[in-house]
Ligand binder design. Structure first.
Ligand code: ADP
Ligand code: MG
Length: 636
């Protein structure tokens, strides 16, 4: 296989002259028709690995991705490169989906993005057969694993595509985050025809990891931000805190702003843009901040609150230092954080009967009759729901999360669909209508001047900007659209910002709603395991931070030499090699006998001062214990 044609494609459409690490190998693997799992850190350039082959070959590439906002962004970006691309997701009407799919079958479209829960629907399956597919790309592939940190049951349906499409079409699964167990799970659940994993190192040499055991976090933050340069992100757990901390920083003369999912999309875009351009130096945010960030010079990522798993922590800190310049990843951790984190286990796993209550309340709220609802999509306003049934918010949210993990439903908070218009009258009929209805004439002209493509498909429009352009009120614009729609000139779908609930199964009666105790226990165990790994990272003071993180993702590495743990070791003035050798000897010795320090030093064949340093370090870091009789024991 020759990479050259693909390199030309890369340059032709994206203007890049060379591939990033691993892109080449993934592209060649796919070109050979092999199912492939590509693992690259965020920002590593995963999109190119399916986009380049798709452009180099005939046919259309199907891209499965869970985040609708990201899907829209990618489709927009491709279209701006004059690459015809479309998307199908929940929240579109059946008619819109049909039109889009027909366009993909007959038009020269190169990319069809689809959200996973659409794949199993009859509407999609019927048409998927007729797509001339070149490749199926599965982004965020870790979502397929129940052992991963972001399981989405609809991902399990992706493999069913194999039954309807040409067997030669390869699957390319991509993720930035998978433990060894999840890697195997991905290949199994996607029915890979052979084990094939390509992985870049996850090592981030320029990130300096620090854990600070600190009670007075505001004080630490202020002094640090006054010491370091450049811009960064501070992650916090709650929306309220993001605002409070940003205000505290501003009050102290720093340039800061806050960000969370509760803000309007417009405001979020504005805040993100101001931060990206450097106008705002620090953004204090919940984990909602991150999607689509492409800022290279992020100098620090500080976690005010500890996340609940290493996957999230690694993903979030990974936003620092994309320009390869030295950057900080700081975790602030105090005693009270630990108990708070352990509390989340209880919140996260409400009692089974409670989960059932909430399932029933939800079905009643949405008026889903028993035995129906499969693949239906419902608008869902969480705050209306909890207030109507007087439910506690956290417990409700987590019960829904659990039902999602069990595969009964999915819910999404992020859909923000703009209004769409599609002209159904042909040009001739439209002309006749305009002549006969002068009142509409200038409005129709306004529409046609403002947007293109409305005769072939639904096109997103913005009533606000039409109103600005025409000096008509927003309501007048709306009235025009509704009336044109009633006259069958256009189809008009008003925009909506509500979150959705998607039923992946029929509604069950309470008895049949099985939350298997084994599974409940298992899911909880895995969660606790992930949580404990995160706590271990925060508490451990004798293992290189970078080594812990990489080890979690199954990667062996040398200690980084710059994290807080390594720095302390460096102060010993021993090479890592010497340190480890001496440590190993001490450990071996202490497993069979319990000398005091003086005896131990004599037994080890290294310069005395070095051995003493290591013993002292081990004592300081609680790795060995000195009894009242001065005898040493190895602690575990
Ligand atoms: P990921 O999905 O792995 O997080 P993306 O696909 O979003 O990463 O790409 C991250 C950035 O890297 C994008 O800005 C993209 O344009 C850029 N990029 C990708 N491939 C290359 C390349 N070969 N040369 C230069 N830049 C690239
Ligand atoms: Mg990506």
């Amino acid at each position: 296989m020759n990479i050259e044609p693909y390199r030309q494609t890369l340059t032709k459409y994206w203007g890049f002259t060379s591939f990033k690490p691993l892109q080449e190998q993934i592209i060649l693997s796919v070109a050979e028709g092999k199912d492939t799992l590509g693992l690259m850190p965020t920002g590593g350039g995963k999109s190119i690995t399916f986009q380049v082959p798709a452009m180099a070959h005939d046919g259309i590439c199907l891209v499965v991705t869970p985040l609708i906002a990201l899907m829209k962004e990618q489709v927009g970006r491709l279209n701006s490169l004059e690459i015809k691309s479309a998307a199908v997701f929940s929240g579109m009407t059946r008619e819109e989906i049909d039109i889009t799919l027909e366009n993909c079958i007959y038009g020269d479209y190169k990319f069809l993005y689809v959200s996973p829960e659409r794949i199993a629907t009859p509407a999609f399956q019927a048409k998927a057969k007729r797509l001339n597919l070149s490749l199926v790309a599965i982004d965020e592939a870790h979502c397929i694993s129940q052992w991963g940190y972001d399981f989405r049951p609809s991902y399990l349906k992706i493999a069913s595509l194999r039954d309807i499409i040409d067997e030669k079409v390869p699957f390319l699964a991509l993720t930035a985050s998978a433990t060894p167990q999840v890697i195997e799970d991905i290949m199994t659940r996607l029915a890979f025809r052979g084990r094939n994993v390509l992985k870049t190192s996850f090592k981030r040499k320029n990130i300096l990891y620090l854990v600070r055991n600190i009670e007075d976090k505001p004080k630490y933050l202020l002094s640090t931000l006054n010491k370091v340069n450049g811009s960064g992100i501070i992650y916090v757990r709650s929306r309220k805190k993001s605002k409070e901390i940003a205000e505290m920083l501003v009050g102290n003369g720093l340039s800061a702003d806050f960000y969370h999912a509760g803000l309007t999309p417009e405001l979020r875009d504005k805040k993100q843009a101001a931060w990206s351009s450097g106008e705002t130096r620090v953004i204090v945010s919940t984990n909602a901040f991150g999607m689509g960030i492409d800022k290279a010079d992020v100098r620090f990522v500080i976690h005010w609150d500890i996340p609940d798993c290493i996957e999230s922590y690694f993903q979030e800190t990974g936003r620092a230092g994309r320009d390869d310049k030295p950057s900080y990843a700081v975790l602030l951790f105090s005693g009270s954080d630990k108990s708070r984190l352990t509390d989340t286990i209880r919140h996260r796993f409400p009692p089974v009967e409670k989960i059932k209550d909430i399932y029933e309340a939800l079905c009643n709220f949405l008026q889903v009759p028993i035995g129906s609802g499969k693949d239906s999509v419902y608008d869902f306003n969480m705050s209306d729901f909890v207030s109507k049934f007087r439910l506690p918010v956290t417990e409700t949210y987590n019960s829904l999360l659990f039902l999602q993990k069990e595969g009964y439903l999915e819910f999404t908070e992020e859909i923000n669909n703009p209004s769409r218009v599609h002209f159904i009258a042909g040009r001739d009929d439209l002309y006749k209508f305009q002549v006969a209805n002068e009142a509409f004439d200038s409005f129709i002209k306004l529409l046609l001047r403002s947007y293109t493509g409305m005769f072939t498909e639904f096109v997103p429009i913005n009533e606000e900007s039409l109103s600005k352009k025409s000096a008509l009120s927003r309501d007048t614009i709306y009235q025009y659209l509704v009336r044109l729609s009633n006259q069958n000139i256009i189809r008009y779908i008003p925009g909506k910002k509500t979150p959705l609930v998607i039923f992946t199964e029929e509604r069950l009666d309470r008895k049949s709603l099985v939350i298997s105790p084994d599974n409940y226990r298992l899911v909880k165990e895995k969660y606790v395991l992930r949580l404990n790994k995160m706590i271990e990272y925060a508490e451990m003071n004798n293992r290189c931070r970078s080594v812990i993180l990489l080890d979690y993702f199954g990667e062996e590495s040398d200690r980084c030499g710059v994290c807080d743990v390594c720095r302390e070791r460096n102060e010993l003035d021993l090479s890592k090699y010497e340190f480890d050798l001496i440590l190993e000897e001490i450990k071996a010795l202490l497993s069979s006998e319990n000398p005091d320090a003086e005896e131990l030093v004599k037994k080890i064949d290294y310069p005395e001062d070095k051995v003493i340093k290591v013993i002292r370090w081990l004592l300081d870091h609680n790795k060995i214990n000195r009894g009242d009789d001065y005898k040493l024991t190895w602690k575990n």
